[in-house]
Design a protein around this ligand. Structure first.
Ligand code: ATP
Ligand code: MG
Length: 206
């Protein structure tokens, strides 16, 4: 069976941190495809201040189009209400087994999951494999995760990968645009062009 990677996020905007992480996961785990899944709106942030989903989806599409193994998915933005990863994984589980599905996260996100902060986190952890990327400022190993684990899951299905120091975040990119500082080389060129064309993040103090 094909092994599929899933990278969920707000992607406001998508940046090279996301793309490098997904590519590294693809190669290390022999994934045939990585789906990038922008959320409709994030459960833990208010809709207020988050760029409308269609803009975030289009930027995700622009960023992934040149990699034959990457695809942008509408699965969450077409589902009304807040986006819960567990609903997405359950949907993908209809066609894929737990051993063939790899949910890719940064260190901050996997920590939230084992702490039980995500919707039905304990169940989510039983439904697929996890690839957790270490992110500058968020070093992790599975022992660290065990300390915070409240889910009862033994965490054997969490695989940690090291990503070359990438301190890129969407928050920083939004701030840079608002301040008129460059974002070149932090996001793919078409994403930068899209941001300028639609005047995104101009007044962003977020
Ligand atoms: P924000 O600053 O708005 O929170 P973000 O840069 O963290 O944005 P998200 O859309 O929140 O991006 O994150 C989507 C996923 O990508 C999460 O699992 C997050 O941990 C991971 N991620 C974000 N930035 C990086 C990075 N530079 N390297 C590796 N993983 C990252
Ligand atoms: Mg984030």
């Amino acid at each position: 069976m094909a092994r599929i990677g899933v990278m969920g996020g707000t992607f406001d905007p998508i940046h090279y941190g996301h793309l490098v992480t997904a590519e590294e996961a693809r190669v290390q785990f022999g994934l045939s495809q990585v789906l990038f899944v922008p959320n409709h709106y994030p459960p833990h942030k208010t809709l207020d201040g988050v760029t409308p989903p269609e803009h975030r989806y289009h930027m995700t599409l622009l960023a992934t189009v040149t990699n034959p193994s990457f695809a942008a998915s509408r699965i969450e933005i077409d589902r009304p209400g807040p986006s819960y990863s567990i609903d997405t994984i359950l949907e993908l589980r209809r066609a894929h087994q737990a051993g063939d599905l790899f949910y890719i996260t940064g260190a901050d996100a996997i920590l939230q999951i084992v702490r039980g902060a995500w919707e039905r986190a304990a169940e989510l952890l039983t439904l697929c494999q996890f690839i957790a990327a270490s992110r500058p400022g968020f070093p992790i190993d599975v022992d660290d995760l065990r300390k915070f684990n409240v889910t009862g899951n033994p965490l054997a299905n969490i695989h940690v990968i090291e990503i070359p120091a990438l301190a890129i975040s969407s928050t920083d990119i939004r701030r840079r645009v608002a301040e008129g500082r460059p974002i070149r080389y932090l996001v793919p060129e078409p994403v930068e062009t899209y941001i300028m064309k639609h005047e995104l993040y101009r007044g962003a103090g977020r």
